[in-house]
Design a protein around this ligand. Sequence first.
Ligand code: FES
Length: 151
Amino acid sequence: MNTEEILLKYKPDKENLIQILHEIQDLHPQQYLTETDLLKVAKYLNITRSFVYGVVGYYSMFSTTPRGKYIIRLCESPVCNMFNSKMIAEKLKEILKIDINQTTADGLFTLELSECLGLCGNKPSMMINRETYTELDENNIELIIKNLRNN
Ligand code: FES
């Protein structure tokens, strides 16, 4: 599947913008949206380039720069924050040897912070790509990262 094939799955209606952007981003091994893709989307939906960039900039799940194979999105909203998400962030930075919004040298992981993921009942929480991980602690995050590295 390529960008053109994804576009043709949808009616050229502005309402489909977010879904199209998700699909195109998922298609890219480095999980980001290229300038070329964004221009194709704008043209297909008959909307301005700046509108598309505005939407991409608004939603934190979209990126215009290359990212890792696994995008870690750790919740930093109040409930998770009260339950040690800051400590989890520090531990992830230590394990991955990167800072927030950086990608590991091997291109495997990008570490990002996120607003509430809707998983507050089992805080602290994070998502890695489309998988959810809850009740995080120092031990289980180490295991999660180890398992993905060995994948
Ligand atoms: S506050 Fe973290 S999932 Fe809701």
